[in-house]
Design a binder for this molecule. Structure first.
Ligand SMILES: *[C@@H]1O[C@H](CO)[C@@H](O)[C@H](O)[C@H]1NC(C)=O
Ligand SMILES: *[C@@H]1O[C@H](CO)[C@@H](O)[C@H](O)[C@H]1NC(C)=O
Ligand SMILES: *[C@@H]1O[C@H](CO)[C@@H](O)[C@H](O)[C@H]1NC(C)=O
Length: 233
């Protein structure tokens, strides 16, 4: 019975300590994330967000330029509200001259009516996004939808702006749905672990109480038998 009590105590201790461990892990995770983003940006010459005015004009796509859009490791195209999501824009230049990517921009719309703009997402500008003729290149676009956005299905329209021989062009690389989910909607491994631990603790407690009651009933039965014996004799 004593070893059981010690086990219960250890479980309780773990239960109390787990949230602190979780916080410490979360902090180190976000630190790693930022440094990675910075490194990636310097390679491609990303200037920043909304630094350069590339105009709000409506340009046409250049002939011979194909685009493709990939949500890495995220085939469900799920976007957590208020958190950064990365997508990759691939450009294939089958034209005669080299093209230069200026910026990537996107907006969120209501699926049933594209005139209803939900959010203009920040633009990412590039200062060295050249794609030579008959070559292809991939550009990252990191965006975050408003944390106040209701979870559900929205349409994302992504546009890449580029120049060929000083002429501006634009291509829509994505016009489709994304699934906006609430932050923390999915159980982390840590919380699953915690719930399991709590459940185990309850089961142990139940077993212990059950044992105590059985023990008690045995004692009561014994007393009853003694009393019966005494009264009969
Ligand atoms: C979004 O951007 C477009 C053009 O870039 C602009 O006309 C519109 O007013 C903006 N809307 C919001 C809500 O910021
Ligand atoms: C632009 O990128 C190319 C290769 O991607 C590199 O050779 C060149 O030095 C870069 N230019 C600048 C100004 O960063
Ligand atoms: C995106 O698709 C919707 C409906 O399929 C269409 O109404 C809208 O014009 C498209 N937008 C662009 C920029 O191509």
């Amino acid at each position: 019975m004593e070893t059981k009590a010690i086990r219960v105590f250890l479980f309780a201790l773990l239960l109390i300590a787990a949230p602190f461990l979780q916080v410490a892990r979360g902090q180190s995770d976000s630190e790693v994330d930022t440094s990675e983003t910075v490194e990636e940006s310097s390679d491609l010459g990303i200037v920043g967000e909304d630094v350069q005015d590339f105009g709000d004009g409506n340009f046409s796509p250049a002939p011979g330029v194909d685009t493709i859009c990939v949500f890495p490791k995220n085939s469900a195209k799920s976007v957590t509200a208020g958190e950064e999501t990365e997508l990759l824009v691939g450009l294939k230049n089958d034209g005669e001259s080299s093209l230069n990517v200026i910026a990537i921009k996107a907006s969120v719309h209501l699926p049933f009516d594209h005139n209803l703009l939900v959010q203009n997402l920040t633009a990412q500008t590039f200062n060295n996004g050249s794609v030579p003729a008959s070559a292809q290149a991939t550009f990252p676009y990191i965006f975050a939808v408003s944390k106040f956005l209701q979870p559900g299905t929205f349409d994302l329209v992504g546009t890449v702006y580029y120049e060929i021989d000083q002429q501006p062009y634009q291509s829509t690389f994505y016009n489709g749905t994304i699934e906006v989910v609430e932050a923390g909607a999915f159980l982390s491994i840590e919380s699953v672990f915690l719930v399991t631990l709590g459940f185990a603790l309850l089961v142990l407690l139940g077993l212990w109480i059950h044992g105590q009651i059985q023990h008690l009933s045995k004692v009561l039965k014994l007393i009853c038998e003694i009393v019966l014996l005494l009264t009969h004799s």
